[in-house]
Design a protein around this ligand. Structure first.
Ligand SMILES: [Mg+2]
Length: 360
């Protein structure tokens, strides 16, 4: 079997809850979607969030570059291709959009491998398809206390026993009010996680801590700039609230450095920034060696194949943004997500919908 083409398109998908965080404000999610075609008619799919059309065009350009590198390779030679692409991207930089493209190719190759042997990807990783508790991540953006309380109540009624809210409003007293209102709305038995999306400096995190403890916040995610390892380490040392991070770290090595520095209690690597499944396998092994909690940032369609082999998992992040792209989208019922027992990742594009959303 040989790789014959990398086909990519850009889609812009509307979302139910407009994304308002410290780093972005979007009512549409722009994805680059990829099909890796082969000589035997099996194709692998993957997607990445491009944030806007300019990001999408740059990712497409990187994919065009990688196409010239991987054409003619056997797609089942995943490790070989990953290393070759890694070498190829070294001078463009193993961070940012080149890494998105590399990761997308890797994910699609795992899909092909699964389809070629008629097994779900979790089986290739020696895992068992399973059912995983998730937390609702779609919603609770930087909205008013009233709106946040209303959403939180709806999520609890939908069966979520865990949900993530965003922090980083202009005035700390607004954040304090929203935290208290959400806790009041859902009662004591629902887990509330909080994500600042890199919006604070360390001092703000420490000033906020007593309010987070009072509301029983499960973790504080990316309180400060993602690359600030020393800052994360200092906060982890000084604060009782668990610090979570990882979604904006690139490649594998930063995770080792963060672990060595005790910089966080929970890690949520992002598949489009760490080299896809092949990069994640390396990170997952590090997490296990350090006996540390970890999950996956977004990509529930792929994450649900990886959770079976995480030794110390947190809940799966439920975000339905990409669901509109698939014929049989992943479902979250009563807060539980199940690994599809289908070959590869188990998803096929809904071409009609994609035609509707395609912008490039
Ligand atoms: Mg986050």
């Amino acid at each position: 079997m040989k790789i014959t083409a990398l086909n990519h398109r850009v889609v812009s998908v509307p979302v139910q809850y407009p994304v308002i965080s410290s780093v972005r404000h979007n009512s549409q999610i722009v994805f680059v979607i990829l099909d890796v075609l082969t000589s035997e008619g099996i194709s692998g799919i993957s997607y990445a969030q491009a944030f806007n059309i300019h990001g999408a065009k740059a990712i497409k350009s990187c994919l065009n570059y990688l196409e010239g590198i991987v054409i003619g390779e056997d797609p089942r030679d995943i490790e070989k291709i990953w290393r070759k692409n890694w070498e190829t991207m070294k001078l463009l930089g193993l961070q940012g959009l080149p890494m998105f493209a590399l990761s997308m190719v890797d994910i699609a190759l795992w899909d092909i491998f699964g389809k070629s042997v008629n097994l779900p990807v979790c089986r290739l990783l020696r895992g068992t398809p399973g059912a995983f508790d998730s937390y609702q991540s779609d919603g609770l953006w930087l909205v008013s206390a009233l709106e946040a309380a209303k959403q939180a109540e709806e999520f609890a009624i939908m069966g979520f026993s865990s949900m993530k809210m965003r922090l980083g409003r202009k005035y700390m007293k607004e954040d304090i009010q929203v935290v208290a209102e959400i806790r009041k709305a859902v009662g004591e038995n629902v887990e509330i996680l909080a994500d600042v999306n890199q919006g604070w400096i360390a001092e703000q995190a420490m000033n906020m801590e007593k309010h987070l403890l009072a509301a029983g916040i499960g973790w504080l995610e990316e309180p400060i700039e993602a690359e600030n390892m020393e800052g994360h380490s200092r906060l982890s040392d000084k604060m009782q609230v668990r610090i979570a991070t990882g979604e904006n770290l690139y490649g594998v090595r930063p995770f080792q450095h963060f672990l060595q520095m005790n910089a966080a209690s929970v890690y949520t690597p992002d598949l489009q920034r760490i080299g896809g499944i092949t990069g994640w396998i390396r990170i997952n092994s590090l997490m296990e060696q350090y006996h540390i909690l970890s999950g996956i940032h977004l990509f529930p369609e792929f994450a649900v194949h990886l959770f079976p082999i995480i030794k110390y998992p947190v809940k799966l992040e439920w975000m339905g943004w990409a669901g509109a792209l698939f014929k049989e989208p992943l479902k979250c019922e009563e807060g539980v997500v199940k690994t599809p027992d289908r070959p590869g990742f188990g998803f096929a594009w809904d071409e009609e919908r994609i035609a509707q959303y395609q912008i490039e």
